[in-house]
Design a protein around this ligand. Structure first.
Ligand SMILES: [Zn+2]
Length: 211
């Protein structure tokens, strides 16, 4: 038995829907089936009565909720006040659904400048492996990108960028979880990965690989 390798998959741009066949629920049911966890960065304006149960389900299986702004805008084009509003409204909406406020955030388009980093009162979680699922690629291409990262020794302790609204991503996750568990991986939240590696995540800082 190889030693356990940790990896944090992250899913942006939800919540999408609680419907049984939604891409988000396919992803979450896969995590539930294998007893693994991930981090979901939610967009505040997508949180409503229909999508809230998806967030609650994610929380019930140990997944982590993060802040991905309210309108999924380029924060680099916003004033300090607007940045605070984008994050504050989302935190409020998440806390209303989950009972806890998010502790991490992901920058839309991973876009930052000095005003953004000075204003954002969260650790900003970038990524070290980009699945490119946002670029209209196939399930096979997503899988290949992740397996290539594993072969290159870059998947252990990686923060992997994915999105919860694509069927290609859901299908890739259904393949990747059992395959990578077999190879000695454990899927954890970003906070858990940082904790396991003795990293204290700090506000105003941008993070990639957590090692
Ligand atoms: Zn996004």
């Amino acid at each position: 038995m190889e030693k356990t390798k940790l990896v944090a998959f992250t899913f942006d741009d939800g919540p999408v829907a609680y419907a049984e066949d939604s891409t988000a629920m396919r992803i979450l049911k896969t995590y539930e089936k294998y007893g693994q966890t991930a981090t979901f960065f939610y967009v505040g304006q997508k949180i409503n009565e229909e999508s809230a149960p998806e967030m609650k389900f994610a929380q019930s299986i140990g997944c982590e909720a993060g802040n991905h702004t309210f309108t999924h805008c380029f924060l680099t084009e916003k004033t300090v006040e607007e940045i605070k509003e984008e994050l504050g409204k989302t935190a409020e909406a998440e806390e209303k659904v989950l009972g806890v406020a998010p502790k991490l955030m992901r920058l839309p388009y991973l876009a930052a400048n000095e005003t953004v980093t000075a204003t954002v009162e969260y650790p900003m979680i970038n990524c070290s492996v980009d699945s490119k699922d946002w670029a209209g690629v196939t399930t096979e291409e997503i899988i290949k990108r992740i397996m290539d990262a594993d072969a290159a020794g870059e998947l252990e302790n990686a923060v992997v960028l994915m999105h919860e609204q694509y069927a290609t991503t859901a299908a890739a996750v259904e393949y990747l979880l059992p395959t990578l568990i077999e190879k000695g991986y454990r899927f954890v939240t970003v906070s858990e990965l940082a904790k396991q590696n003795g990293i204290e995540l700090e506000a105003h800082k941008i993070y990639g690989r957590l090692q």
